[in-house]
Design a protein around this ligand. Structure first.
Ligand code: NAD
Ligand code: UGA
Length: 468
């Protein structure tokens, strides 16, 4: 029969583990939730007295404030967390492998395996182990094999898959009001009982009919499928944006007309300079790798194209900037507004801005950069990684990090909007125009500015998905 969960530990205090388990603590006051991580600096930041948390997410501070020290704890003592819990979330990172078999495609499962082995090594009582990280199909099976091979006598492990669908920037909203919660389990009496225990946790605030229970494989594949299909929509609209630019059609009008079809729907059809974020590309490449391993090369090629179209969109946009600026940007000052991969996050993983700036540096442009959230050390780290042939010293000579849009736009030839931060909609364009070299260009990679208004001021506006 199902265990009533009293203590939860989450291994991995990142973008997923932190917000997810903080919300569980908030919604389940009788459950003690401990979030553990090997990274001491990260744990210290979660415990910061002034609530300067390690990640920026609207509404997160309020959630942490309401339960930290009561039933929500952050700690580096992974072993103690494991020993005390009856349910363990594994929410560690699963990046794309950089070397070895499957390099560039397959997920690096080293962190998942280390966490799993740690659970087996220190657990002295029964545990429900929940795979929260996004993983290739069959990972739950591997976790089970490792756990069972190393378990102490009278210690049983039930493995569940419970992928996370939150998006950064809206994580708390998504967690409070999920479209669905997905739980995969073995279809044995024990597996179904474990599934029931986890369902009961979510049922504190999610209605039962939105808690979907399926087999382990389906759960794991559904997560990859959801991200692949979301990213595919963006690549589809971005592919159409190229046709718009060449024909004079307007991508906003096309997206609106297409989205009115209730079978297609209006969401996630915003053309952009390309999708970023830690997961879309990684999860699709993972699906590509899976398809190839299953000897399905046509299926692999189909999904790979979603990523290739995204790469094309980023380089196409950078090229359009150079072409419009009379085919050279050498020694010209280009302002890049936004560095995060989307608004309302400080996360820069796979951000389109990184590729754009890398391309501008290749053309020997000077770049003024402003982002309201991203920290300076992160920017230098990302730019250095993207241009391994340039020294950090050279990069720092060419790139100037500014503390406001206004400062960043001063004396520039062109402004490139890379992230859709709300404050960029409120820029005083008259003042910006006065301070720029002429002709003054705005390249809108996010369909953010009022093109007519800016054109009246005197700007030359180039927008994604619109002819110029
Ligand atoms: P992250 O890098 O922000 O956090 C992972 C944390 O795990 C790190 O702090 C790391 O120190 C810790 N860790 C790694 N190995 C550990 C170990 N053995 N013991 C203790 N701590 C360990 O990653 P994230 O963005 O939170 O993503 C985690 C998983 O969730 C990934 O599989 C990702 O694909 C998936 N996911 C992410 C998002 C998102 O929006 N970021 C959304 C849905 C799913
Ligand atoms: C995405 C999914 O939306 C989540 O459901 C999923 O849980 C998560 O990945 C994950 O597995 O990590 P996230 O990457 O945080 O969430 O943010 P999104 O809102 O999906 O945006 C991803 C990228 O696509 C951003 O760069 C965004 O600017 C871009 N985008 C999004 C567009 O260019 N156009 C759109 O219409 C929507």
């Amino acid at each position: 029969s199902p265990v009533k969960v009293q203590k939860i530990v989450c291994i991995g205090a990142g973008y997923v583990g932190g917000p997810t388990c903080a919300v569980i603590a908030q919604k389940c006051p009788e459950i003690i939730v401990t979030i553990v991580d090997l990274n001491e600096a990260r744990i210290n930041a979660w415990n910061d007295e002034q609530y300067r948390l390690p990640i920026y997410e609207p509404g997160l501070v309020e959630v942490v404030r309401s339960c930290r020290g009561k039933n929500l704890f952050f700690s580096t003592d992974v072993d103690k967390g494991i020993q005390e819990a009856d349910l363990i979330f594994v929410s560690v990172n699963t990046p794309t492998k950089k070397s070895g078999v499957g390099a560039g495609f397959a997920a690096d499962l080293n962190y998942v395996e280390l966490a799993t082995r740690r659970i087996a090594a220190v657990a002295t009582s029964n545990k429900i182990v929940v795979e929260k990280s996004t993983v290739p199909c069959r990972t739950a099976e591997s976790m089970r094999t490792i756990l069972e091979a190393n378990a102490k006598p009278n210690c049983r492990f039930d493995i569940l898959s419970n992928p996370e669908f939150l998006a950064e920037g809206t994580a708390i909203k998504d967690l409070h009001n999920p479209d669905r919660v997905l739980i995969g389990s073995l279809q044995t009496p024990e597996g179904l009982a474990a599934c029931q225990s986890l369902s009961d946790v979510y049922a504190h605030w999610v209605s039962r009919d939105q808690i979907l229970t399926v087999g382990l494989w389906s759960s794991e594949l559904s997560k990859l499928a959801a991200n692949a299909m979301l990213a595919q929509r963006i690549s589809s609209i971005n592919a159409l944006s190229a046709i718009c630019e060449a024909t004079g059609a307007n991508i906003d009008e096309v997206a609106n007309a297409v989205g009115y079809d209730s079978r297609i729907g209006p969401k996630f059809l915003k053309a952009s300079v390309g999708f970023g974020g830690s997961c879309f590309q990684k999860d699709i490449l993972n699906l590509v790798y899976l398809s190839e391993s299953l000897h399905l090369p046509e299926v692999a090629a189909y999904w790979r194209q979603v990523v290739e179209m995204n790469e094309h969109q980023k380089s196409r946009f950078a090229k359009r900037v150079v072409d419009s600026l009379f085919n050279t940007i050498t020694n010209k000052r280009i302002t890049v507004l936004g560095f995060a991969f989307k608004a309302d996050t400080g996360d820069t993983r796979e951000s389109a801005a990184i590729s754009l700036i890398r391309d501008f540096l290749k053309e020997k442009a000077n770049v003024n950069l402003y982002d309201p959230q991203v920290e300076e050390h992160q920017i230098w780290q990302d730019l250095a990684e993207a241009s391994p042939n340039l020294s950090l010293e050279t990069i720092k000579k060419q790139v100037n990090i500014c503390s406001s849009s206004l400062e960043a736009c001063k004396d520039a030839e062109a402004i490139v909007i890379a992230t859709e931060w709300k404050e960029f909609k409120e820029i005083d364009w008259e003042t910006v125009y006065q301070g720029m070299n002429k002709p003054a260009f705005v390249f809108d990679g996010r369909l953010l500015v009022d093109e007519d208004k800016l054109t009246k001021i005197g700007f030359k506006v180039v927008t994604i998905g619109r002819g110029s």
